[in-house]
Design a protein around this ligand. Structure first.
Ligand code: PXP
Length: 240
């Protein structure tokens, strides 16, 4: 029993809504339902181009949700201002490229180091828990600690793709395990996310020391067939 917390990412409820420029399906409704179904937190990524979650979603979800809201943002002045205003319980700083389909890799912790440090300081002072989305690299774990982050979220995209393609994932899993061990040993809370499915979540949940999974695309997709409640229940059973 690792009792990993489940963060439910509802960005793609907004993707479906925006595809038709309508007001439905509602990300707020999904957030409240996720809460009711046992999600431990709800994650939304306010992207610079607002391709899925928009500012009104953030305001609405922030005011109605009782479990922690995890806001994913890029390290920019605009996003810092928004995060300071809304004070979500959790913040995860992610890299962002306009043309990418999804967050392609972890943060480059050598780039804009002083700015990152300043953002982390300000967000923590504002009472948000701050996490950095990074690759499973020992050097990045150490850098995250030096930047004074509370947590790191390990990008599991590569690991999940190898599983989906039925290729050997042992090396990638070893990298993740080493990153988790190092992170825990220097006092970082370690999370994992990106590309997780029932299968990859089950394999990864056996790794001791991971405290939280953030799962979106597969979870929202699966909900089309069996409902959000059933999908959340399945994930919770798998990662307990
Ligand atoms: N964690 C972070 C930091 C992310 O950026 C994303 C994707 O938005 C996820 C988790 C969830 O990834 P997926 O939608 O592939 O489950």
């Amino acid at each position: 029993m690792n009792n990993i917390r489940l963060g439910v990412n509802i960005d793609h409820v907004a993707t479906v809504r925006n595809a038709r420029g309508e007001k439905y399906p509602s990300p707020l409704r999904a957030a409240i339902l996720a809460e009711k179904c046992g999600a431990d937190s709800v994650t939304i990524h306010l992207r610079e181009d607002r391709r899925h979650i928009i500012d009104q979603d953030l305001s609405a979800i922030r005011s109605k949700l009782k479990i922690p809201l995890n806001l994913e943002i890029a390290a920019t002045n605009e996003m810092l201002k928004i995060a300071l205003k809304h004070k979500p319980s959790f913040i995860c700083i992610v890299p962002e490229k306009r043309k990418e389909i999804t967050t392609e890799g972890g943060l480059n912790l050598n780039f804009k180091k002083e700015f990152l440090k300043e953002i982390i300081y300000k967000l923590k002072k504002n009472n948000s828990r701050v996490s950095l989305f990074i690759e499973p690299k020992q050097s990045d774990i150490k850098k995250a600690k030096l930047l004074n982050a509370d947590c790191v979220e390990i990008h599991t995209g590569k690991f999940c793709t190898l599983i989906n393609e039925k290729k050997s994932f042992k090396n990638e899993l070893d990298k993740i395990k080493k990153a988790v061990t190092l992170g825990n040993s220097i006092g970082l809370e370690v999370h994992a996310g990106h590309g997780l499915t029932y299968k990859s979540a089950k394999i990864l949940s056996k790794t001791k020391g991971i405290k939280e999974f953030n799962i979106g695309h597969f979870l929202v997709g699966e909900s089309i067939f069996v409902g959000l409640s059933e999908t959340i229940n399945q994930f919770k059973k798998i990662i307990k």
